[in-house]
Design a protein around this ligand. Structure first.
Ligand SMILES: NC(=O)c1ccc[n+]([C@@H]2O[C@H](COP(=O)([O-])OP(=O)(O)OC[C@H]3O[C@@H](n4cnc5c(N)ncnc54)[C@H](OP(=O)(O)O)[C@@H]3O)[C@@H](O)[C@H]2O)c1
Length: 353
């Protein structure tokens, strides 16, 4: 049996080139591993996570994580199924267990126990939640909102990238905390309607409409107490100009700048001084010790219907991943973007998605 892999081929100059013949990545096929070392498991990848940070992992700049090496399998997390277990791990894993695996972009991966976290599905949950609302994106929203943003009853909270995986959870957590007004920024009319109708945001602004700054002003009549920013660039700039006195700006990401040859900082920086704004960047891994308690709370909010989630699953197998990653930066997704590497129907029967 074979194992397809997607290899990091050529550093992009600005945007990723999704062509698998001459682009950022190339397709490689190797035999599927048959022997599993005693301290490893063999997993079959079913759903691959696509993350905005992947563009930065391809840049040799100082960051929170080392870049992917050219010639290596592209880094990535997946929902995978255990298909073979090394002898030392037979008490920990069973064939058919679902795991969140640090597998990379390939159909099969040999990983150690630290790279294959078993998925415990809580009431009302499903295994793919472990890569979205009950995984890194949900945790990012949780700690960014609660530890950095610290919304209080009566606050106006604004979230950018609000219809994305992290943003939609962040906005709903602000609502749970008693925010007076939760406002989202997103890139289409449909996304804005989804935020208001399905997720209960008070207002949503489509930043692709020409008068979006005016709409943002009208949506924040008492200015912004907490801004959860996934986007950076002009949106961060406009929100700084709407900052309330002592506002907290939780800087989670800056997707508008990830593909830019020359990233832009905010021009309205003086509002940090005049409005005494606290602006703090964070990386979710900093809160790793608090993950178990956070996951428990997120799972209980999910079970109670206080948090809703959405997935955007791209069909087409492993080969679909490079184009899907490009599409993520174009806003193709509402909710967590994943690539279906192998349909669930092909999974072992023991554990079903
Ligand atoms: N700090 C951390 O530890 C941490 C951890 C995970 C993720 N993050 C960051 O969190 C952010 C969201 O990540 P995610 O995984 O949840 O992805 P996501 O929000 O589900 O997907 C990305 C979204 O960004 C929006 N976008 C793309 N280009 C944009 C632009 N130029 N201006 C405005 N919006 C744009 C698109 O929606 P529209 O249609 O609305 O444009 C797209 O759907 C990213 O910045 C990511 O790097 C940070």
């Amino acid at each position: 049996m074979s194992n397809k892999q997607i290899i990091y081929n050529t550093p992009p100059t600005s945007s990723i080139d999704p062509s698998l013949s001459s682009g950022t990545f190339r397709l490689h096929t190797v035999p599927r591993p048959e022997q599993v070392p005693a301290d490893k498991v063999l997993v079959r990848v079913h759903y691959l996570s696509l993350d905005p940070a992947m563009r930065q992992w391809l840049t040799a700049k100082r960051s929170y994580i080392a870049p992917v090496e050219r010639g290596a399998v592209m880094r990535g997390q997946s929902i995978a199924q255990v298909v073979a277990v090394g002898s030392d791990l037979s008490s920990q894993y069973q064939l058919g267990d679902w795991v969140v695996a640090y597998s990379g972009w390939q159909e099969y991966a040999v990983v150690g126990a630290r790279e294959a976290e078993k998925v415990a599905v809580p009431p009302g949950g499903r295994p793919t939640d472990a890569m979205s609302v009950l995984g890194v994106t949900g945790l990012t929203a949780y700690f960014g909102m609660l530890e950095v943003g610290q919304p209080r009853p009566g606050d106006t909270v604004v979230v950018s990238g609000a219809a994305g995986a992290t943003g939609m959870v962040a906005g709903q957590i602000a609502r749970i905390q008693g925010a007076k007004r939760v406002v989202g920024l997103a890139g289409s009319k449909d996304k804005c309607e989804f935020l208001v109708r399905e997720l209960g945001f008070d207002a949503a602004v489509n930043y692709k409409e020409p008068d979006w700054r005016k709409q943002l002003k009208e949506a924040t009549p008492e200015y912004i107490d907490v801004f959860f920013d996934n986007v950076g660039g002009e949106i961060l700039d406009a929100c700084l100009a709407r900052a309330a006195r002592d506002a907290r700006f939780a800087i989670c990401g800056a997707i508008s700048q990830y593909n830019a040859a020359k990233p832009q900082g905010p021009a309205s920086f003086m509002f940090v001084i005049s409005q005494r704004v606290t602006m703090k960047g964070f990386i979710v891994f900093d809160y790793a010790k608090k993950y178990p308690a956070a996951l428990k709370e997120l799972a209980s909010w999910l079970a109670q219907g206080k948090i809703k989630r959405k997935e955007h699953i791209v069909p087409g197998g492993l080969e679909a991943a490079p184009q899907a990653l490009v599409d993520l930066y174009q806003g193709a997704n509402t909710g967590k973007m994943m690539v279906e590497v192998a349909p669930v129907g092909e999974a072992q029967t023991k554990a079903k998605l």
